[in-house]
Every structure is written in structure tokens, then in C-alpha cells.
Design a binder for this molecule. Structure first.
Ligand code: ADP
Ligand code: MG
Length: 685
């Protein structure tokens, strides 16, 4: 078992150079290799006769080499190795480039399997650089289902396959079995060694199915157990028990009535805070659904109980915005709001810290500066983080550590289909703001091609003429040779727009590679109306409020996820002005078109994320990892939903009987979970 933690360099053929290349794939130990599952498979079991070989894909052709290979010198020093193979149906001319060392591997009269893409010239068939083995020794690169691994420079398929076979041979039967044997038997799941062997090198289709079924179950089971343990760990010790004061004075002081959803979310959180167990709740709500108000209500309630709150935002500009909102809402009610951000002078910070230590300030709003060592509270009882996926668990717990088991609320605008949220945030309670404040205007959205460019530019001019401002988002920061030339980059597109298209307008540019301070300065200037057009990357995705912005233009919109487009669109329509979103795309594949069309049909973030999930599949949906879920290796969260339920039930049953997973048969499971926490501590919620 311990053997699996052995360094990858203990394997034959792995020195420092290769180890470095492997490390780029996250492979450090023997166990990492065992768990590095193929991303796809290639079925090379079927052999074709020369004349029958399909031309549209690589296939195996079985044929006899009919003559000695000939080395030919071609132009520019290129060496060609020419080879002729025959069978009853025809002749195959094979060429290898700069691989003359293969010459001695072919013996006329012997039969070989060639794997490659065949081409046809009249009656001839040709093949360039096929993989091959002698027919009587086939079974390594032909005649089987071959795994296809994700690669990086310095690591080839062949090399990885060799390494993994080596690991399977030496360690395969020592693969840790995290599923208790009784469970494996009852559910008719394959044993771990069999599953590992066949997920890498499937003997046949059934074996692959069995292996996959077992590993999917295992993956979801471990996840469910891990979430179960987290949930338990945060509820075993008592938390601050609040006495709940009626919320009427707070509601009455608002310039508007709270939505039903806001009231419900506040009630749910308050009942947590009164329960004696520390709250750990996720507040999910689409952009503009009014999450800040819920936070303010809870801060007010905490203050009535003599408890302080901390409210952490991911950027200075957001912190400033929250500070303004909370000050306006809370100061008239006698709740004092302080601000703490990294850019403040040391003396200012000292002052704020004093207010927090003495308890004169009831709430601190700020960036991660709130976590820094010098900051202390008199009695911190409530911790709120906005846009939670931007903070790691350590940062959140560092903040929570400034109080005594405070209540925790994390707020997220990333809409996730309800079914998935229950699983992903399995250790948190969830409140959803599924209702927008009344009077919200829908943002009219258009998916357009280049033919509309001139009209859109005229539209920009018209809006700016009316005093409005415009966001324009590009998929890239700077030009990138690896991408097609039509992909716009913020830096050069901003220059072009300023020089050639809108010389009379004020164009600014902001992107993720700028220093935080410079970025904030440009954003603040835009918010203050000093620019007409802000060209950016998705850095503006996080909630900056510029009520005067009435148009969002997205370039190469097909390169963005729908949920991301929805977030971007949420940057406009925040004021009283009629607002628009224009999605430029010249992609002509029907799937990309269908996706963009969804954006023009609805403004509902949850609907959009459901559609996104349906169209792209969960691989991509979770690919960005912004949902705080560890990367799934085999499981497909929407397709494997039923397995997930089973896995959850089984995990809960085991935890109910053995909450600490202390029994010997649960040791491997406990170890796997500990490892998961180590690896994903920063992304788990
Ligand atoms: P988000 O959930 O995106 O963080 P905010 O909290 O920033 O949303 O709220 C968006 C806007 O809606 C703010 O201008 C806020 O004042 C306003 N708002 C919030 N709740 C209500 C309500 N119940 N009625 C009217 N406007 C509201
Ligand atoms: Mg917000």
C-alpha cells in the first residue's frame, strides 16, 4: 500500500528529465500513474485487408512485406524509408520519414499489422508512418483496445503506456481498495485490481464497462463520504447561539420592499444562527438578485446580539462598492461600518483595527487584507464572503479563525442546476434567491456575425452620444499565435478601436495581466464616467457596478461558456437605462449557434446553466473548476446521477455506523479522503 507513494523515478526508464515532464501532468508517484485514467480509447482490434481498409480514419491493415525496405534520400536532407506490403486484395506502399533505423525491423515474407490512415492513388493504397508489429507478436500497439492519455511535451503515448503497464505489473494487485468488501459484493462491483487493469488496458468492452462502473461508483462514493465528514466536523462543536430580534426595523428602513426570496433566505440563515450550531450556508443568487441585502440583514441581526461581522470581497473595487451599500443601509440604524483594504495607508489601517478591537465598528468590509495577522476583532460572530469561488478554504478559515466558531455565509452568483448544487455543496446548506427585484429590465440580447459590425458601431456611437457607456469583452489579453487570427485580444483590439474606429471617443483597456492596483484604477475611472468604452477580458465578470453602462459587447462569443456570458451580461442593465448585449461570433457550427441562441431567448441564469450543462456535458461545465468540486476522473455527474444517489446512500450508511471511519475496513477510505482534502483543500467549499 505504502508502495504507491513511491517516487515515479523508482520506475525503469524515468530519470530527472522525464520526471519533470511527468510532473507537469500532476504525476509524481506510482499511485498517481495508476490513477491517471485514459481520456479515450482506440479500438485497434479489427484487421482489414488492403483493398477493404476504410480511408476516413486510422485502421489496422494486415499484410505481408514483399521486399526489402529501401532508403531514399529526398530533398532537404530528408530520409525516406519505402516499404511494400501485399495481400490477396492489393498492394500497400508505406513510407516512413527520417526513421531509417526501422530498416532492419522488416523481413520480407513476414506478416505485419500496420496501424495508420490509408490513402488511395488509383489501385494503390499508401500509408505514412504507421505503427506496426509483426502479426505473430501483435497485441501491444495493435490487436487491442488502446488507451489514449492526455499528454504534455516530453511525454508520449507510448512512454506513458509502457510506464503504466510497468506499474500495473508491479503494483496492480496492491491498488488500495477504498470500498469495503461487503459493499463490493452486494453491489456486484469489480475489485480494484481488475478495475485498474481494465480501465487502462481493457480486455474487451465488457471489461471496460465493469471497470468504469466500479471506478465511477468509487469516485462518487469517496466524494460523498468526504462531504459527509466535512459536514459532521463543522457541526460537532457548538456555535454562537443568537437571540433573534424581529427584523421589522431593518425592513422598514429600506428604500424598497425585500423580495420573497430575500426574506426566505434571511429566515433560513437566522434559524441557523439561532440553532447553536455554526451556520455554514451558501447563498446562491443570479446577478442582481440582491444578495448584498441578505448579508446586510444578517449583519444587522448579529449587531443586535453584540456580535461583529466581517464581509470579504475578492477585489478592492468590489469591497468599495459593498462598503458604500452597507454604509447607506446600516449606519442610519446605528450599525457602524469600517473598511479595510490592502491599498490603505498603515496609519489608516491602524485606526480601523482599533475600531474593530474596541468593538466600536460592528462590521469590517474589505479584501483579503481582513485576514492579515494584525487584524483582530473584539467578538467576531459572522463571516461573509462574496463570490466564494475566488477565495480558497484557507483564506475563509483564516478569517473565521478571527472569531470563535463564527457563523459563515458564502455568496455565489454562479448558477448551478439545483440537482447538482445539492451534491457539489453537499456539506453546505443552501439558500437560493430565485426571484429578481421588481421592475428589472431584461437585457435585450443579439447574437450577430461580422456582417452586423458597421451597424453595431453606429449603435455604440448613438448610445455614447446619449451619455451611456459600453463594455467590450475579448477572449484574450494579448495576441497569441496558437489561436486563429480572428480571435480578438483586449490589448490590440483596444488600440485599433481607439485609433481607427472611435478616435473621438475615450477607450480604456483592462485585463487580468495588469497589476491589481492599475486594474482597479481603470475600473474606478470607468465607473466614474471618465471613459466611454472599456475593452477588457473577463476580469470584469465579477460584480462591478456601473449603472450607466448600457451595452455589453462580447467578441468571439462562442469561446465563452454560457454561464460566463450570462455573468458578463449581468454587468449591464443595473441602472434605469434600457440595456443591450451583443454577442459577436463568426463560428458557423450549429452547436455554437444553438448555444448563443439560448442567450438571446432568456435572462434566467439557472435556465442558462441547465442548457449549458445539457449542451456541453459536465466535462466542460466543471472544467473551469469554479464550482469548487475536485476534478472528476471517470464520473460524469449528469449521466451518472443514479450512481451518485447510490454512492451517497452507501456513504451515509457507513458514516452513520462509523462517523470517524476508524474501523479497520474503513481505513483505506479514510486515507483517500485525507489525501483528497490535502490536494483540494483550496477548492473544497
Ligand atoms: P447581487 O446579488 O448581484 O450581489 P446586489 O446585492 O448588488 O445583487 O443588488 C443589485 C441591485 O438591486 C442593487 O442596486 C440593490 O440595491 C437592488 N436591490 C436589492 N434588493 C432589492 C429589492 N428587494 N427591491 C429593489 N431593489 C433591490
Ligand atoms: Mg454582488
Amino acid at each position: 500500500m505504502d508502495d504507491l507513494t513511491r517516487d515515479i523515478r523508482t520506475l525503469k526508464g524515468v530519470g530527472d528529465t522525464r520526471a519533470k515532464a511527468l510532473e507537469k501532468l500532476g504525476l509524481r508517484t506510482v499511485g498517481d500513474l495508476l490513477g491517471y485514467f485514459p481520456r479515450a480509447y482506440e479500438d485497434r482490434r479489427q484487421f482489414y485487408a488492403i483493398a477493404d481498409a476504410p480511408l476516413d480514419r486510422p485502421v489496422c491493415v494486415k499484410a505481408m512485406v514483399s521486399d526489402y525496405p529501401k532508403a531514399v534520400r529526398a530533398r532537404r536532407g530528408m530520409e525516406l524509408l519505402k516499404l511494400k506490403a501485399v495481400d490477396d486484395t492489393g498492394e500497400l506502399d508505406i513510407t516512413y520519414f527520417n526513421q531509417n533505423y526501422l530498416k532492419d525491423q522488416f523481413r520480407p515474407g513476414d506478416e505485419y499489422i500496420f496501424y495508420g490512415r490509408a490513402d488511395s492513388f488509383g489501385r494503390y493504397r499508401t500509408m505514412a508512418s504507421p505503427a506496426f508489429e509483426r502479426a505473430d507478436r501483435q497485441g501491444v500497439v495493435t490487436g487491442r483496445i488502446l488507451p489514449i492519455y492526455r499528454l504534455k511535451t516530453g511525454v508520449t503515448q507510448k512512454f506513458l503506456m509502457g510506464l503504466i503497464s510497468q506499474v500495473l505489473a508491479q503494483y496492480g494487485d496492491r491498488a488500495p481498495d477504498v470500498l469495503p468488501p461487503s459493499l463490493t459484493e452486494r453491489l456486484h462491483l469489480a475489485r480494484a485490481p481488475y478495475a485498474y487493469a481494465n480501465i487502462h488496458f481493457p480486455r474487451d468492452d465488457q471489461a471496460l464497462d465493469q471497470a468504469r462502473r466500479r471506478l465511477v461508483f468509487e469516485e462518487l462514493f469517496v466524494l460523498a463520504a468526504a462531504l459527509g465528514i466535512m459536514r459532521r466536523e463543522r457541526t460537532v462543536e457548538p456555535g454562537r447561539k443568537l437571540r433573534i430580534y424581529p427584523m421589522d426595523p431593518f425592513w422598514a428602513a429600506l428604500p424598497f420592499a425585500p423580495t420573497g426570496a430575500q426574506r426566505r433566505a434571511v429566515d433560513e440563515a437566522l434559524s441557523d444562527m439561532a440553532s447553536g450550531v455554526p451556520m455554514s450556508r451558501l447563498l446562491q443568487g443570479d446577478v442582481g438578485s440582491g444578495k448584498t441585502l441578505v448579508a446586510a440583514a444578517l449583519i444587522w441581526q448579529a449587531a443586535q446580539n453584540g456580535l461583529q461581522s466581517a464581509f470579504m470581497a475578492p477585489t478592492e473595487i468590489l469591497a468599495a462598492q459593498h462598503y458604500k451599500t452597507l454604509t447607506e443601509l446600516l449606519e442610519p440604524l446605528g450599525v457602524h461600518v469600517a473598511r479595510l483594504t490592502g491599498s490603505m495607508k498603515a496609519s489608516e489601517k491602524r485606526n480601523v483595527n482599533e475600531l474593530l478591537q474596541t468593538g466600536l465598528a460592528h462590521v469590517a468590509v474589505g479584501t483579503h487584507a481582513l485576514i492579515s495577522a494584525g487584524v483582530a476583532f473584539r467578538d467576531l460572530g459572522l463571516v461573509i464572503t462574496d463570490e466564494q469561488h475566488r477565495f480558497g478554504v484557507e483564506q475563509r478559515s483564516a478569517l473565521a479563525g478571527k472569531g470563535t466558531r463564527p457563523h459563515v455565509l458564502v455568496m455565489s452568483a454562479t448558477p448551478i442546476p439545483r440537482t447538482l448544487a445539492l451534491i457539489i455543496y453537499g456539506d453546505l446548506d443552501i439558500s437560493v434567491l430565485d426571484e429578481l427585484p421588481p421592475g428589472r429590465q431584461k437585457v435585450d440580447t443579439f447574437a450577430v456575425g461580422e456582417d452586423m459590425r458597421a451597424r453595431i458601431w453606429r449603435f455604440v456611437r448613438r448610445l455614447v452620444g446619449e451619455g451611456r457607456q459600453v463594455f467590450l469583452v475579448c477572449p484574450m489579453v494579448e495576441e497569441n499565435e496558437e489561436l486563429p487570427p480572428n480571435v480578438k485580444s483586449a490589448e490590440s483590439w483596444a488600440k485599433t478601436l481607439q485609433r481607427e474606429i472611435f478616435p473621438d471617443l475615450r477607450v480604456a483597456c483592462v485585463h487580468g495581466k495588469m497589476k491589481g492596483r492599475d486594474k482597479d484604477a481603470v475600473m474606478a475611472a470607468f465607473a466614474a464616467g471618465e471613459y466611454d468604452i472599456l475593452v477588457s477580458t473577463t476580469v470584469i465578470e465579477v460584480g462591478v457596478d456601473v449603472p450607466n453602462a448600457a451595452l455589453m459587447i462580447v467578441e468571439n462569443a462562442d469561446r465563452f461558456g454560457l454561464s460566463q456570458l450570462h455573468q458578463l451580461r449581468g454587468r449591464v442593465g443595473r441602472g434605469s437605462h434600457k440595456s443591450y448585449c451583443v454577442l459577436f461570433s463568426d463560428a458557423d457550427n450549429p452547436e455554437a449557434k444553438a448555444r448563443l441562441k439560448i442567450m438571446t431567448k432568456t435572462n434566467d441564469g439557472f435556465k442558462i446553466s441547465e442548457e449549458d450543462l445539457r449542451l456541453r456535458g459536465p466535462g466542460d461545465f466543471f472544467g473551469s473548476r469554479q464550482h469548487g468540486l475536485p476534478e472528476m476522473h471517470v464520473a460524469d455527474l449528469s449521466a451518472d446521477m443514479r450512481v451518485l444517489k447510490d454512492a451517497q446512500n452507501e456513504a451515509n450508511a457507513i458514516l452513520a455506523a462509523d462517523p470517524e471511519l476508524a474501523l479497520p475496513q474503513h481505513r483505506p477510505l479514510r486515507e483517500r479522503i485525507d489525501k483528497l482534502f490535502e490536494l483540494h483543500g483550496d477548492t473544497f467549499n
